[in-house]
Design a protein around this ligand. Structure first.
Ligand code: 6GP
Length: 841
């Protein structure tokens, strides 16, 4: 690397080479320098936010040095890189994570203390980077952590939204959305004003014929928007590898404003053009598991995909290799169908701009891409109208037509005379209006398609993608069960538990190889260990209780059973089943004599999660939870026996407080609807048990930890279709206990009956699509089993310790290794400090 600096200048450069701080003194020096110069604050007037800023900048300085070295190493090693394309990266806070991954939290803690600050207060100053909705976005963030920690050469590509997911406020029991303007101060990004790409929209296609008679398509006219790169360094845990997350921001391509318009006196409209360009990366669409088909969303997708591909291709071309080697240098993973246009864009670059033959280009494309599906819900499957495509991306539509034509021809050859099959698998849906089916395009253009848990991967093969399994054969379809990073979700969120585990494992190696957790099972009967285990859980509950008091104004007893359901609010996730169950519990308690009540186990039902702003039913669910809380929490008969809390604005940093504090958490989706779920893994890893349906990763969690350690209930995925059919075409009787709950709501016990009528009629009159009534009895019975089990604290702790010890499988490191070997074919770049590089091993 050094040899690349010309000899005459080398000495000067190397002499002044910057190195990050090495110890407490160095850290303090960095912080003070940033306070006084970068922030222009005096050290006599440094508040907590300034101290956070300076501390973050000190860590950023270190990260960027490692980042530079990592990028140089990867370039020199000339190894294959993975590019992870995701419209969402739900990163949360970065400071604590950076300190822990670099291994300098103790240094920072001591340094900050000497400067007059408590590290916890400083960490709290940071605004979450909330560029995602829920599971899909957080998975991408866990993947980045694992990729760097495993020394894999990888970049993430996303959009730099000016507004992340909205902030949720609860006002009078209703959700109110407030914009999340998070970029006021973001020390974690590096603007790269020199890395820009102009992206074309609209226009038309011209064809020219070359001397050889070959025609070439030219996409002309339309308008340009400029993409500017912002880089976010991603530090690996206990390694110097620091990977890159590149986020694109949009601005007008013509610079500050259009001078022609300005000169002709049309200043306002030139500013308007500028603002219109900036709109593309302005806001994250707040829908989870839902496709709304907005034009601006398609613009976002193309803008981001085109900029990323330009960047990837530019990097590939520097090495001057043959195009056929592209898939040996580049793997691109599509996080759901949002980046599917990348397939079309690469084909366009290769054929229109680089002059490759169609088939050669298509081979390269297919060998480059992999596609991960994250849902089977029909309302989430992306479709775009042909008309919109024609207007916005005319050349891409032509390419899609050609891809489809050649694909259907191969289908026709393999399955002659099956016109229905052709219609079913066509990338173009012959509806009114015609639609482009993005998932089908993603399948056709990728060499591997995967689901995110075993049941889900089986379901996609037998339902939505069934025909494609017949066409391409089963090998194209595979499973990679999701995972979570134990760095953030154990070590950072639950430091005391992590430390306790380390005493039994003998080191912190389990953070690099989570299967090492199994060593703690040997200590399951160790009295001291169990005692400390219980103390830690209680301390985490006390902390959450304090947060509940401060944010929701509800006093809860930390020795109660904490029952948590935090995730996006969605009918398929069935928060309505939970709150109906809570009402049933309330009615049962009310019907008891005071003596009987005394024998009951106190419970706190904790909810949290955002509803998409346009999702009326989800908002009703939030309102009902809050309304039940007001009644139950103020009922003197009930006291501590039942509390109902809705935690406002659930996000990553709140999850870090909530997850370690649960006794039981709920993962109760209608069987077959939750592709995987990842918070289920987080809760178990933190010593909480779960109540859940046989859905998504719950099934594999059960297999790993044992069925005695989980509370499963409800109908199975294979029975769902028949039940739904029976609801619609047979007689549909509502569970009698649930009917009592409905009657109570309809009497107005929780306020306006009108507000909640939609939730009731969905179950009673509109076919109960999510099987709330079918599963109600089993749910209530299983919750009773939870109470019973919790009474035996010794047995409960045994279950918790045993479960944690068996959670090794659910590390995102395992998951990323499966992708790396089975789909991306990439290898770690082993790093030896201050020494060279070894490829593979
Ligand atoms: C989610 C799935 O709903 C969840 O079950 C899974 O754990 C997560 O992806 C990560 O794989 N899907 C989405 O958030 C989504 O919007 C289009 O899918």
């Amino acid at each position: 690397v050094e040899a690349s600096i010309p000899e005459p200048q080398r000495e000067a450069w190397l002499k002044h080479q910057v190195n990050g701080f090495k110890d407490k003194d160095g850290f303090e020096e960095n912080v003070v320098r940033h306070v006084e110069t970068t922030l222009a604050r005096s050290m006599f007037n440094c508040d907590e936010h300034a101290a956070y800023s300076a501390c973050a900048l000190a860590f950023r300085d270190r990260l960027i040095l490692e980042w530079n070295r990592t990028q140089q190493r990867q370039t020199f090693a000339d190894s294959k890189r993975l590019y992870y394309l995701s419209l969402e990266f739900l990163m949360g806070r970065a400071l604590d994570n950076a300190m822990l991954n670099i291994g300098q939290k103790d240094v920072a803690k001591a340094g900050l203390a000497e400067l007059g600050f408590r590290i916890e207060d400083i960490i709290e100053q940071e605004h979450d980077a909330a560029l995602g909705n829920g599971g899909l976005g957080r998975l991408a963030a866990c993947f980045l952590d694992s990729l760097a920690s495993l020394n894999l050469p990888a970049w993430g590509y996303g959009l730099r939204y000016r507004y992340g997911i909205f902030k949720q406020e609860i006002i009078d029991g209703y959700q109110v959305e407030v914009p999340d303007y998070w970029l006021d101060f973001n020390p974690w990004e590096f603007p790269r004003h020199d890395v820009t790409v102009d992206i074309q929209f609209y226009g038309h296609v011209n064809r020219t014929q070359g001397e050889s008679g070959k025609t070439t398509a030219h996409w002309e006219g339309g308008e340009m928007v400029r993409a500017v790169a912002f880089d976010v360094p991603i530090p690996g845990y206990a390694t110097t590898t620091t990977n890159n997350l590149r986020l694109w921001s949009s601005k007008a391509a013509s610079g500050e404003f259009d001078f022609q318009k300005f000169n002709s006196g049309d200043y306002e409209s030139s500013v308007a053009d500028q603002q219109r360009a900036e709109t593309i990366s302005a806001v994250l669409y707040p829908n989870d598991n839902l496709d709304r088909g907005k034009e601006l969303r398609l613009k976002q997708q193309y803008f981001w995909v085109a900029a990323s591909l330009y960047d990837i291709v530019r990097r590939f071309k520097k090495a001057k290799r043959a195009w056929s080697e592209f898939p040996e240098q580049v793997a691109i993973q599509l996080n759901d169908t949002h980046p599917t246009l990348a397939i079309v864009e690469l084909q366009r670059i290769l054929v229109d701009l680089e002059g490759l033959e169609w088939d050669d280009a298509w081979n390269i494309v297919v060998n480059t891409f992999g596609y991960t599906n994250h849902t089977v819900l029909p309302e989430a499957l992306e479709k775009w109208s042909v008309g919109l495509f024609q207007h916005l991306l005319p050349r891409h539509l032509q390419i899609i037509y050609d891809i489809n034509l050649f694909f259907l021809q191969t289908v026709e050859r393999a399955f002659p005379n099956d016109r229905e099959l052709l219609a079913r698998v066509s990338i173009i849906e012959e509806s009114q209006p015609k639609m482009v089916r993005m998932a089908f395009l993603a399948i056709v253009g990728s060499h591997k398609v995967n689901g995110v848990a075993e049941l889900h991967s089986d379901l996609i093969k037998t339902t939505i993608f069934k025909d494609f399994v017949s066409i391409f054969g089963p090998d194209k379809f595979t499973n990679v069960t999701n995972g979570i990073t134990p760095r953030r979700w154990l070590h950072q969120a639950n430091p005391r538990l992590s430390d306790l585990i380390a005493t039994k494992v003998g080191s912190y190696d389990f953070l690099k190889d989570l299967t090492k957790l199994n060593k703690i099972e040997l200590s399951v009967n160790d009295k001291q260990f169990r005692k400390e285990w219980a103390e830690i859980k209680l301390a985490n509950k006390v902390r959450l209780a304090k947060h509940i008091q401060e944010s929701a104004g509800v006093t809860v007893n930390p020795t109660s059973l904490f029952d948590v359901q935090v995730k996006r609010i969605h009918e398929y996730k069935r928060q309505q089943l939970n709150i109906f169950g809570v009402i049933h519990r309330y009615l049962t308690l009310k019907a008891m004599s005071p003596e009987e009540r005394k024998k009951q186990l106190p419970r706190v039902s904790i909810f949290g999660g955002k509803a998409a702003p346009g999702y009326w039913m989800a908002k009703q669910i939030i309102h009902l939870i809050n309304s039940v809380g007001v009644v139950v929490n103020n009922d003197a008969d009930i006291g501590d026996l039942l509390k109902v809390v809705f935690l406002e604005d659930y996000n990553v940093s709140k999850a870090e407080i909530i997850t370690p504090a649960s006794d039981i958490s709920e993962h109760i989706s209608t069987a077959g609807t939750e592709a995987s779920g990842t918070s289920n893994m987080k809760f178990v890893l933190n010593g909480g048990l779960i109540i859940g349906t046989c859905d998504g990763a719950n099934i594999e969690i059960t297999r790993e930890i044992g069925e005695n350690n989980i509370f499963l209930f409800g109908n199975l995925a294979e029975d769902v279709e028949d039940l739904r059919h029976a609801h619609t075409y047979g007689s549909h009787t509502i569970d009698p206990d649930l009917a009592k709950v409905f009657a109570t709501i309809e009497q107005g016990v929780f306020g306006s009956t009108q507000d909640f009528s939609g939730m009731i009629t969905a179950v009673r009159d509109h076919g109960d699509f999510y099987l709330v009534s079918d599963d109600f009895h089993s749910y209530i019975e299983t919750q009773a089993l939870v109470d019973e089990a919790y009474r035996d604290q010794e047995e409960w702790i045994t279950k918790c310790i045993t479960s944690v010890s068996r959670m090794g499988f659910f590390s995102s490191d395992r998951c990323i290794n499966e992708y790396a070997e089975g789909i991306w074919n990439i290898e770690p770049l082993h790093v030896e400090r201050d020494a060279g590089v070894r490829k593979g091993e």
